[in-house]
Design a protein around this ligand. Structure first.
Ligand code: ADP
Length: 342
């Protein structure tokens, strides 16, 4: 096979691939491989051309015993590392090196590990407190009625916190499991918002917050999952009460064209006049466990999962969450829902 035929053969492969010839020089490589490793490497010795010691050692090993090997290869693409599995195998008198992109799998693995670490940390904090109180109640405070009542009340609070976290984790996994299932119910948004407002009556009264919502005279119906949309408004209104205070207003607008939805939809703005959020935090606010102020979130009973759940539910509805806020000016969380899903 001529060198140009070899080149054509490699070009037909979807992976970056290169062939090292018998004299340890790069005989041919495809455009994907040039994009990954650099231009003008054909004809050069592979040790000079490839640079990463682990890859070079692997090629040497395959040259020695002719057994196929795999090795990780890392490249840098703009602002992120890309992880490749380089497969090195004997091909006739030469050695074929091909690169399989494992970046997404590696990122997913990292996300899973981070998530497990976060969940463990979030559960361990209340659990450690509970264990401490149990020990005290079994020991020094065994016969102290006053301390016992106080400790039990704190323990109930910690157990509640664990319970909320587990509930939110279950919600998140249920929402994720149904992510590709199109919602089939018809939901009348004004009456749903009225229900949520009633549901949050106690907590808004406790925090001396008023929820203002003037429902339009006619129903505004969107295709949706009633329970999930209820959860969206519960989470957003609860946040507005917890972090906002004063007056929370809910405005509903039917819009013939919502830019983010590229079509007709309904926009529900939930506005509070609380402390607001530094714009720096806005892009990360819907990430799991992301909080602007962890201490404050814990104090008001937050789990750090509320907005992640909202985002997942809205994405199942082909909707969006728009957040605008300024320090000292309060925040506005807008739910955008399409009136029709294609
Ligand atoms: P949490 O359970 O901590 O409330 P969320 O996912 O609901 O978690 O919200 C993430 C973070 O976003 C909160 O910890 C808080 O810092 C911030 N946040 C959410 N809503 C508001 C709001 N209306 N005003 C100010 N900050 C908010």
């Amino acid at each position: 096979m001529t060198e140009s035929e070899l080149g054509e053969l490699l070009e037909a492969l979807p992976l970056p691939a290169l062939l090292i010839g018998p004299r340890e020089r790069i005989l041919a490589m495809n455009a994907n491989a040039s994009g990954l490793l650099g231009q003008g490497l054909v004809g050069r010795h592979y040790v000079a051309a490839l640079r990463q010691p682990a890859l070079i050692d692997t090629i040497e090993g395959v040259g020695r015993d002719r057994l196929t090997r795999n090795v990780d290869y890392t490249s840098h693409d703009g602002d992120r590392d890309m992880i490749w599995a380089a497969n090195v195998a004997v091909a006739g008198a030469g050695i074929l090196v091909s690169f399989e992109d494992r970046t997404l799998a590696a990122e997913a693995g990292q996300m899973r590990r981070d998530f497990v670490a976060n969940v463990s940390h979030e559960l361990r904090t209340p659990l450690t407190a509970l264990m401490g109180y149990i020990e005290t109640l079994q020991g020094p405070a065994r016969n102290d009625q006053v301390a016992r009542d106080r400790f039990l009340a704190t323990m109930a609070g910690e157990a509640n916190r664990m319970n909320r976290l587990v509930q939110d984790l279950l919600s998140l996994s249920r929402v994720e499991a149904a992510a590709r299932v199109k919602p089939t119910e018809e939901v009348d948004l004004p009456s749903l918002i009225q229900q949520v407002k009633a549901l949050l009556g106690t907590i808004s009264a406790e925090r001396e917050t008023r929820i203002e919502f003037v429902p339009p005279p006619d129903p505004v119906v969107v295709p949706g999952d009633n329970d999930q949309l209820r959860q969206v408004f519960v989470n957003l209104l609860e946040n507005a009460i917890k972090y906002g205070g004063g007056t929370v207003t809910v405005d509903l607008t039917v819009d013939p064209h919502i830019r983010e939805l590229r079509g007709p939809g309904v926009r529900i703005d939930i506005t509070d006049n609380g402390a607001g959020i530094d714009p720096l935090h806005l892009p990360r606010l819907t990430q799991r466990f992301y909080r602007v102020d962890t201490h404050r979130s814990r104090e008001v009973g937050g789990t750090g999962l509320g907005l992640a759940i909202v985002k997942h539910i809205l994405s199942r509805h082909r909707g969006r969450l728009r957040i605008s806020s300024e320090i000292g000016q309060g925040s506005c969380f807008s739910v955008l829902l399409p009136t029709k899903t294609a």
